[in-house]
Design a protein around this ligand. Structure first.
Ligand code: FMN
Length: 218
């Protein structure tokens, strides 16, 4: 075999290897995409019922949603917030929130806010923070997330981690992750404050308006 033929054989071999690898990656992606999405969906449902336990509402949280401008919550597209009611009165709204300020990627959360503007609960749905450093935002690793429960935003207690002069603990050697979560929850509270009246109003006319144009204060 001369040099030319040897090069051709090698090139063919590398080409075949690349094609097989690419096919395997594509097949793995297709096969795992649905289970991963299903897993996230299941995790989100469980988190929702942790934030608001079933004795605190009498409606269907998945049927009773309100479409809101996603850009207010870190998303590029509109989001569906879950509305919990008792005898027709809104008790809690649970917002899907995305923070892009994580140390190693986006952090997706559910933030529940009660009608009186206090936090019902916060849960992290997905994150890629560093194990042992930033992953204390998982309840199975640390109770840190529970420190939001029942809080309202008040001027005397800055809504920030302690390192930034606020009330929330940072993690040992990791301030970026908790700062990201504190900021995202704080922004959700700001949105709730600004639109509280419309968000709590269950009248049919206003519910119809509670889509994109709520961000204009309508
Ligand atoms: C390999 C590596 C991984 C890290 N992972 C995180 C993390 O997941 N979350 C975090 O807040 N900080 C993480 N840190 C620490 C940050 O770089 C930073 O030092 C820390 O959050 C303190 O931030 P501050 O200077 O704003 O207080 C990591 C550092 C290293 C070297």
């Amino acid at each position: 075999m001369n040099m030319q033929q040897s090069l051709s054989v090698n090139a063919f071999g590398i080409g075949c290897f690349a094609a097989i690898t690419a096919t395997l990656i594509a097949v793995t992606f297709v096969l795992t995409k649905t289970p991963i999405e299903e897993n996230v969906r299941r995790h989100k449902t469980a988190a929702l019922y942790e934030i608001i336990t079933t004795d605190k509402f009498d409606n269907d949280l998945f049927a009773d949603t309100i479409e809101l401008p996603g850009t207010e919550f870190g998303y590029s597209q509109n989001i569906s917030a879950h509305v919990a009611t008792t005898a027709g009165r809104v008790t809690t709204i649970i917002f899907p929130v995305l923070s892009s300020q994580g140390y190693s990627g986006d952090i997706s959360l559910l933030v529940g806010i009660n009608a009186d503007s206090s936090i019902a609960g916060v849960r992290v749905i997905t994150h890629t923070e560093t194990p042992g450093l930033g992953d204390k935002l998982e309840l199975k690793k640390s109770p840190w997330l529970l420190s939001f429960n029942g809080l309202k935003k008040v001027a005397q207690q800055p809504w920030a981690v302690k390192k930034d002069g606020g009330q929330f603990d940072q993690f040992t050697g990791a301030t970026i992750t908790p700062r990201a979560v504190v900021n995202a929850v704080g922004k959700s509270l700001d949105y709730f404050h600004k639109h509280r009246r419309q968000l709590l109003d269950r009248s049919a006319g206003n519910r119809a308006k509670n889509t994109g144009d709520i961000s204009n204060g309508n």
